[in-house]
Design a protein around this ligand. Structure first.
Ligand code: NAP
Length: 277
């Protein structure tokens, strides 16, 4: 695959900073970061029947020890890529796979029905801003949390109610919420447990709390490579029911600057690296 643009994710930053890996096998040197990209097929293996050179694709490559997306060329399993959404800028396509698949898996774990209330914490983050839109597309009533600068942004994504997480009283507005998609972390989930219904379901994208009250189900989410799910996300984008907000595009040589911005923890949507033509 010839990479045109590649998404940047907190896992890239955590691994570069010496964390994020669960075992020594999780990283191989020389390490090239980047777990998602959009570009063009250069060559296909003998067993690949439905793709040919020149096809426009995008992919999340899984948790390989040498992911390699922040580079001009890489080898990707056909099972990890899909055709890019039609008519969508390549930078947006590059920012979709990891966060979009994670949000989709989270909602598949929760299985809310149309009309159900779903709380999406960090409605402005990479996972959260897609989670809000995907839950809205399912017909759910979305309540989201974000900081003061992002309240209007998250409302525009379709959330029925947006709460400022920095307001110490905002949890009082939440009662008996049946579903929570969290991409902030274990302490954040713990802080919302009193706001949930006794048999609530929680999808935990950024870690599990140590203690969970009886009756509440918490499912850890780990993004999986999936051509089929990517195809569904691409279709939603093509139908204008899902969009990726790209806060900023950096040239590949400024990847270090992009890492620092992401490390700040306040990106709206995604950061993307522009890689090739
Ligand atoms: N398990 C997996 O497979 C998987 C997949 C993807 C991501 N993740 C993890 O999920 C986490 C989120 O990643 P991401 O890429 O979605 O986003 P991100 O870039 O880490 O999120 C930044 C956003 O979070 C908001 N935010 C920060 N603290 C918040 C709080 N306490 N409550 C509500 N919103 C808050 C910020 O809003 P303000 O600027 O307004 O503060 C900002 O818009 C990371 O830890 C990442 O490693 C895991």
């Amino acid at each position: 695959m010839a990479v045109q643009a590649a998404g940047l994710n907190p896992s890239d930053v955590k691994i570069r900073a010496g964390g994020g890996a669960r075992s020594a096998e999780a990283i191989q040197f020389p390490y090239v970061a980047g777990r998602e990209a959009a570009g063009r097929v250069v060559e296909v293996g003998a067993a690949v029947a439905d793709l040919e050179p020149g096809d426009e694709v995008f992919a999340f490559f899984g948790w390989a020890a040498r992911p390699g997306g922040h580079a001009e060329r890489l080898v990707v399993a056909a099972s990890a890529l899909a055709r890019r959404p039609v008519g969508i800028p390549v930078e947006q396509a590059a920012g979709l796979p990891l966060a979009g698949l994670t949000a989709l898996q989270g909602l598949e774990a929760l299985q809310p029905r149309p009309g159900d209330r779903v709380l999406v914490t960090s409605g402005s983050g990479g996972v959260g801003h897609l989670g809000v839109q995907l839950a809205v597309a399912l017909g759910c009533e979305v309540i989201a949390t974000t900081g003061p600068a992002n309240l209007a942004f998250v409302r525009e994504l379709g959330a029925a109610e947006v709460l400022d997480y920095r307001d110490p009283d905002h949890r009082r507005r939440l009662r008996e919420v049946p579903y929570l998609l969290d991409s902030v972390g274990p302490q954040n989930i713990a802080s919302y447990l009193p706001c949930l219904s006794p048999e609530a379901s929680v999808a935990a994208v950024a870690g599990m709390p140590s203690e969970v009250p009886d009756g509440i189900t918490i499912t850890p989410i780990r993004c999986e490579a999936s051509s089929e799910r990517l195809g569904r996300l691409a279709a939603l984008m093509t139908e204008s029911r899902l969009s990726v907000t790209v806060q900023q595009v950096f040239p590949l040589e400024d990847a270090a600057v992009a890492h620092r911005v992401l490390e700040g923890g306040h990106v709206r949507g995604k950061l993307v690296l522009a890689v090739g033509p």
